[in-house]
Design a protein around this ligand. Structure first.
Ligand SMILES: [Zn+2]
Length: 290
């Protein structure tokens, strides 16, 4: 074997091993500071509308998973201005969402539905990727005729989704329909692929993300859970996630942990979480008649 041939061969093998997909974030006419402000203001609205679960065991656990993922964001997409924070929302619907700049909300229902810590981490890595790639403000850059203040309400409303989300949109008299900020299939694929890369670096098996989509689908019954309709399948989702994972080095990944099992058991001891529809109904009954 000639020397040149050997070098080419080695280079090909190395390239093959690290052939993770290169991700290019979409064009964005907002500043990083805009993302931060937008997310912070929207988070205030969210917390006015949604019941945050105040339970240290659950919150500390989710924060632990989130922090582990946040430190695994590739350097190109880790904006020092962004602060990833994690709160649990005490509702049953299977959902999780993240606001620009980093605030993330994980519904109790999705923790209860996950089959493993790896699956929960998959959802969180996907959400975190939308933030890191600045998909919220990129989407808005396409619709610059709307004012920044109007967009704040829309972001909160869309992020929350469902009945409570619509209530926020009504409250700000914002005429856009709920599809405005729902991410496109291109963005979904980007969030999946970056999510895979973050998971692998953090020590999770990205195949758990593919598996989580299947777990959530099964929970749906006639209506798909909110998280699936907000994050539509770009096509062949399970396949390309697994293919991307095949290119990455994952040794002895974290899957089910004692902490995950304990948190799921602990949640069973708490009063059951209401659904968003139940919350909205309760709120309507409490409101004075107009
Ligand atoms: Zn998504």
């Amino acid at each position: 074997m000639t020397r040149t041939f050997t070098i080419v061969l080695v280079a090909a093998v190395v390239a093959g091993m690290s052939a993770q997909t290169t991700i290019t974030p979409p064009k964005n006419s907002y500043s990083l500071a805009d993302d931060v402000k937008l997310g912070r203001d929207a988070a205030k609205d969210v917390e006015k509308q949604m019941p945050v679960l105040h339970d240290d065991e659950v919150t500390d656990y989710v924060r632990g998973v989130g922090d582990r993922l946040a430190t695994a964001i590739p350097i190109d997409f880790s904006h020092p201005e962004f602060q990833y924070t994690f709160k649990v929302v005490d509702v049953k619907d299977i959902n999780a969402f993240a606001l620009p700049g980093g605030p993330m909300y994980v519904h109790r229902g999705i923790i209860e539905a996950a089959a493993s810590e790896g699956e929960l981490a998959g959802v969180m890595a996907h959400e975190m990727s939308h933030v890191a790639l600045r998909h919220g403000t990129a989407q808005m850059s396409k619709a610059s005729k709307f004012g920044f203040g109007q967009l704040l309400g829309a972001v909160a409303g869309i992020a929350v989704g469902g009945a409570a989300g619509e209530a926020i949109i009504d409250a700000t008299n914002f005429g856009l329909n709920a599809t405005f900020l729902r991410f496109s299939r291109d963005y979904e694929k980007q969030a999946d692929l970056l999510g895979v890369q973050i998971m692998a670096t953090a020590g999770y098996d990205p195949r758990d993300l593919a598996h989580m989509f299947q777990t959530i689908e099964k929970e749906g019954g006639d209506r798909p859970p909110q998280w699936l309709s907000d994050h539509p399948n770009p096509g062949n989702r399970v396949q390309y996630i697994n293919e991307e994972a095949d290119h990455l080095q994952i040794t002895n990944p974290i899957r089910v942990t004692d902490a995950f099992t304990n948190v799921q058991a602990h949640l069973k001891t708490l009063p059951p979480a209401p659904t968003l529809a139940e919350l909205a109904k309760r709120r309507k009954q409490q409101q004075p008649q107009r």
